[in-house]
Design a protein around this ligand. Structure first.
Ligand code: NG6
Ligand code: CA
Length: 510
């Protein structure tokens, strides 16, 4: 239910406990920034033990705060993961929250309460600068991209938004600023289709000679509309000067995010920054090309790290750093070849995107959903600590509601728990268990992990992913076997029953 009346709480969800007036962030009301990387793995950062990539800015952020070693996205792909982070509702409770097309209607319905609504009710100014991937407009394929597309983030509590509707590899390849195409070019009206090509428009499939920047990997299917010498999923016409250049995407995110911070430096703000890095197509700015020695995937990690550095630097310049709570995490685990011939596989060398874990993006194994998770708030959190507490992105909503003194109305964020103390390092326990969704549901209590049987493929050839799918119970002892190699389900049937009971109890909740 959406809040209607902030002061009275009548018929609405949020009752404010703090007055609404403009005041800069105080110790009680820090600015909050979530930096959500895309497909960044547990092993992709120096501060998570990688010796093959340099991520000085992210490492400095970790050193300025708390680094979690058992933190989880709720799903192993983007749309469901982001849905849950913003709503505190498990995406798997709905059947329409899978990887969204670029012309999907908005997945979070306008009447749902999001964490941005919570911040807004607390008097914050709210912004989203990101790869959105949660749909725009009312219904799939009904958007008129030449006009304002509604509903959109403004209906979900965001005062400002500047976003890529879906992903870099899906049309439309334009930025949507406050739900309208940024730099709209009236001479090139935009049309989008996910069903048929536009007559006379080249495609990656038919015109490979036009793929001057990146070619798709065989059989993945990113061979439709060509934009900026890269073919995509979906067909698109028009766009003209509004079309993005992939090599500039990170810089656009940096400038829109830092502008938002500068504009709002005088009063508390919440900013959701979802980077395009390191999702495919990876086509970093020439400043980063060749710098990692690992090809575009590694270079995109450097570009991500640079983005982190720029955000932190802007806060420092404005004197906001001490009282800004930053959470840095990833929407799901890593993948190496996700659809383009960017030589990520060939140049990977000794780099381990999932660290010591098994699987990655699309996987039930820990590599799918155990993600980097850094929390930094210099005026409140001790420096340079590591937490082994079990945490999940599903708890962002309730923890932020608690931080900002907002009550959560009946029915809102039903799966979210307040773990603010854990996030601030005052409590090292965290959740009793986390639930992770991929092809199956899994549950982990930090030591024991159970994966529900299913009949899907155990190995995705295209991406070379060990999915963890098996038509039998799987039970792993993560404390002894982080690589999930030894299935102990037969040995400990009691444990299996215990964890299954948790899942069935969760499934039975609304
Ligand atoms: C998959 C795409 C992959 C990527 C993913 C979404 C194919 C074969 N693969 O369907 O390239 O776009 O969707 O990634 O189409 S996510 O991180 O946004 O969930
Ligand atoms: Ca992702």
């Amino acid at each position: 239910m959406k809040h209607l009346n902030l002061f009275l709480g009548v018929g609405g969800s949020i009752i404010t406990a703090t007055p609404i007036f403009s005041q800069s962030a105080t110790n009680d009301r820090p600015n909050v920034i979530i930096i959500l990387a895309d497909d960044l793995g547990y092993g992709d950062l120096g501060c998570y033990g990688s010796t093959t990539i340099n991520t000085p800015n992210t490492d400095a952020l970790a050193n300025s705060g708390l680094r979690f070693t058992d933190a989880h996205a709720t799903a192993s792909t983007s749309t469901p993961s982001r849905y849950s982070l913003l709503t505190g509702h498990y995406a798997w409770r709905r059947n329409d929250t899978g990887i969204a097309r670029g012309d999907a209607g908005m997945v979070i319905r306008p009447q749902q309460t999001t964490v941005a609504d919570v911040f807004k009710a607390a008097g914050y100014t709210t912004g989203a600068v990101d790869k959105w991937h949660l749909g725009l407009g009312d219904k799939t394929s009904t958007q008129d991209w030449n006009n304002k597309v509604t509903p959109g983030p403004a209906d979900l509590g965001f005062d400002y938004s500047c976003l890529m509707a879906a992903t870099g590899d899906r049309v439309p390849c334009v930025w949507m600023e406050n739900q309208q195409v940024l730099n709209y070019d009236p001479s090139a009206p935009i049309e989008v289709s996910y069903t048929k090509p536009f007559e006379g428009k080249p495609t990656g499939k038919n015109n490979p000679e036009l793929l001057t920047n990146l070619k798709p990997s065989p059989n993945h299917g990113h061979d439709q509309a060509i934009v900026n010498g890269i073919s995509r999923i979906g067909y698109m016409k028009g766009g003209g000067k509004a079309l993005w250049r992939d090599q500039d995407i990170a810089d656009t995110i940096i400038s829109k995010a830092t502008d938002f911070i500068k504009r709002n430096s005088g009063s508390p703000f919440f900013l959701y920054v979802g980077t395009n890095d390191i999702h495919v197509p990876r086509f970093p700015h020439p400043r980063f090309v060749g710098k990692s020695g690992m090809g575009y995937r590694g270079d995109a990690i450097l570009q991500f790290d640079h983005t982190v550095g720029k955000i932190v630097e802007t806060l420092q310049q404005l004197g906001l750093r001490d009282n800004t709570l930053i959470i840095l995490t990833s929407d799901n685990g890593p993948v190496v070849d996700d659809g383009y011939q960017d030589r990520a596989v060939e140049l990977l060398g000794d780099h381990k995107p999932s660290g010591n874990m098994r699987g990655g993006k699309y996987s039930n194994f820990e590599g799918g959903t155990r993600v980097p998770f850094i929390v930094s708030w210099p005026s409140k959190i001790k420096k340079g600590k590591t937490s082994k507490a079990l945490v999940s992105q599903i708890d962002f909503f309730a923890s932020m509601a608690y931080l900002t003194h907002q009550e959560i109305a009946q029915g809102d964020a039903p799966d979210s728990q307040n773990h603010l103390n854990t996030l601030l390092g005052k409590d090292s326990k965290g959740r009793d268990y986390v639930i992770e969704a991929s092809s199956s549901l899994s549950v982990s209590n930090g030591t024991w992990k159970y994966i529900t049987p299913n009949k899907y493929t155990p190995f995705m050839k295209l991406t070379q992913t060990e999915t963890g799918n098996l038509p039998a119970d799987q039970l792993y002892n993560l404390k002894k076997d982080i690589g999930e190699k030894q299935n102990l389900a037969d040995k400990y049937p009691q444990k299996v029953e215990e964890l299954k009971a948790i899942l069935s109890q969760e499934r039975n909740k609304k």
